[in-house]
Ligand binder design. Structure first.
Ligand code: SAM
Length: 398
C-alpha cells in the first residue's frame, strides 16, 4: 500500500520476506534501497512517457551537461542524433540482429552518436528485428536503439524472424570458448548457438553477415574450421580476422574475432584500416578523467561494485596513460580498479572504455549492467566495420 506523504515521501508497506530478499539482493549489487527506488521509479515513469518530475540540469566533471530530460535522452528513434535529417545515402539496408545484448554492435551499425567529442555519422543501416535471451539487456536495447528487441531463446523465435534482410549481425555467446569459460567449444550448449546464426543465414540469405566472438576461437583450429566451414557451406566468402579495438579509437585493449561473410553479388569485404597504433592508443585517463569528481549517480550508471579484492580475478588497477584492460561480462563485481581513486571503476566509466556514448543509459542494476557492458562489441569498432561493409555493398552517398 503506497501513500503520498506531505513531505513528498512515499511510504510503502511490504511483506517482510520480500523486504528481506530485496535487501539481500541490493547488498550484493552495492546499491541502497533509496537509490534503487529512485532510479527504478524514474525509469518506469520515463517508460510511460510521463516523467515524474523535470530533472535538474546536471554537469559532469568537465562542466558538460548531462542529458536533462527523458525526452532529450530518449527521442523516438533512440539516442541517435539527427536520424531523420542525416540520411545521406541513396539506399537503406535492413539489418536482422541476433544475440543483440544491449545493442553495442547495433549502435555501431546505425551510427549517429557522439563519444569522446567525436561524432560517428549516421549510417544507412536500419534494424528490422533484434533478439536476446536476457530480458534486462532487451530493456536497455529498446531504450537506446529506439527499436524493439524481442526477448526469448533464439531457437524458440527463429520461425518468427523476418524472411529477408540485407545484413545479419550477431555476437554468438562465447562462454564455451572463452579462456575464462569452461571450454566446451563450438559444440557446447552456448557457443553451439552459432548454429542458430548458420540456420538464420540459410533462411534469410542476407547479402552480408557479421559474427563476433572471442580471440580464443582462433587458437582452436578444429573449432575455427567447423565455424568457417559451416558459414562457407552457405556459399558466402568468409573473411575472419582479429581486431584490436584500441586500434580503432576505443580506449580499451580488447581483441575480438569477426567473421564477415559476403554473398556472390557483393564485393569482398576489406577490413577497416586502423586509425591508431600502440603509441597513439587512447588512454584510460583521456576517456574517464572528467568523471573523477562526479558523485555516485545511478541515473547515469555511475555506480561501482564494492567487492573486495578477489583471490582469483579482477584485481588489476587501470594504468592512467594506457587504454583500459578488456572489460568482461562475468566478472561478478571484480571489475578493474580506477587508476587513481580508491574504488573499482563505475559502470559509466566501463561504458566509456567500451566507447558507449554518455547518452546510452543502461536500464538495470549493477550486475546486469556489468554483464551488458562486458558482453558488448564496442560501438566505435562496430561503426568502422559497418562502414567497410557499406563499401562492399557499393553504397553511394547522395
Ligand atoms: C556476446 S553477447 C552479444 C553482445 C552484443 N552483440 C552487443 O554488442 O551488445 C551474447 C548474447 O547472447 C545472448 N544469448 C545467450 N543465449 C541465447 C539464446 N539461447 N537465445 C538468444 N540470445 C541468447 C546473451 O544474453 C548475450 O546477450
Amino acid at each position: 500500500m503506497a501513500q503520498n506523504g506531505k513531505s513528498g515521501k512515499i511510504v510503502v508497506n511490504i511483506d517482510p520476506e520480500i523486504k528481506r530478499r530485496l535487501y539481500a539482493a541490493l547488498s550484493i549489487s552495492g546499491i541502497t534501497l533509496k537509490d534503487w527506488f529512485r532510479s527504478t521509479a524514474a525509469a518506469y515513469c520515463d517508460e510511460q512517457g510521463q516523467p515524474l518530475h523535470s530533472k535538474a540540469t546536471r554537469y559532469d566533471g568537465r562542466g558538460r551537461k548531462w542529458p536533462s530530460s527523458a525526452k532529450e535522452v530518449w527521442p523516438e528513434d533512440g539516442i541517435m542524433e539527427g536520424i531523420k535529417q542525416s540520411d545521406n545515402f541513396t539506399q537503406k539496408y535492413r539489418v536482422v540482429s541476433m544475440f543483440s545484448g544491449c545493442g553495442g554492435m547495433d549502435l555501431g551499425f546505425v551510427g549517429g552518436f557522439q563519444v569522446y567529442g567525436r561524432r560517428y555519422s549516421k549510417l544507412p543501416f536500419e534494424i528490422i528485428w533484434a533478439n536476446d535471451l536476457n530480458v534486462e539487456a532487451c530493456k536497455t536495447y529498446r531504450r537506446n536503439l529506439g527499436h524493439d528487441a524481442v526477448s526469448g531463446d533464439i531457437w524458440d523465435l527463429i520461425d518468427r524472424m523476418p524472411s529477408s534482410a540485407d545484413v545479419l549481425i550477431g555476437g554468438f555467446p562465447c562462454q564455451d570458448i572463452s579462456v575464462n569459460g569452461k571450454r566446451a567449444g563450438v559444440n557446447g550448449r552456448r557457443s553451439g548457438l552459432y548454429k542458430a546464426m548458420v540456420e538464420a543465414i540459410r533462411r534469410i540469405k542476407p547479402r552480408v553477415f557479421v559474427a563476433e566472438n572471442v580471440k580464443a576461437l582462433l587458437n582452436h583450429k578444429e573449432w575455427l574450421r567447423q565455424v568457417v566451414d559451416d558459414f562457407e557451406s552457405l556459399e558466402y566468402r568468409v573473411n575472419y580476422q582479429l581486431y584490436q579495438a584500441a586500434d580503432y579509437g576505443v580506449p580499451q585493449t580488447r581483441e575480438r574475432v569477426l567473421f564477415v561473410g559476403t554473398a556472390a553479388d557483393v564485393e569482398p569485404f576489406v577490413p577497416p584500416t586502423p586509425e591508431r597504433s600502440a603509441a597513439t592508443w587512447m588512454t584510460a585517463e583521456e576517456a574517464i578523467s572528467d568523471l573523477e569528481n562526479t558523485e555516485r549517480d545511478p541515473q547515469i550508471n555511475h555506480i561501482w561494485s564494492l567487492a573486495n579484492a578477489s583471490p582469483e580475478q579482477g584485481n588489476r588497477r587501470l594504468v592512467q596513460n594506457r587504454p583500459g584492460y578488456t572489460i568482461r561480462a562475468e566478472c561478478h563485481g571484480n571489475i578493474h580498479y580506477h587508476y587513481r581513486l580508491p574504488r573499482r571503476i563505475s559502470m559509466r566509466e566501463a561504458a566509456r572504455l567500451q566507447s558507449f556514448p554518455d547518452k546510452f543509459v543502461f536500464v538495470s542494476g549493477l550486475r546486469e549492467t556489468e554483464r551488458q557492458v562486458g558482453n558488448a562489441v564496442p560501438p566505435v569498432l562496430a561503426w568502422h566495420v559497418a562502414k567497410s561493409i557499406l563499401a562492399s555493398l557499393g553504397a553511394s552517398e547522395k
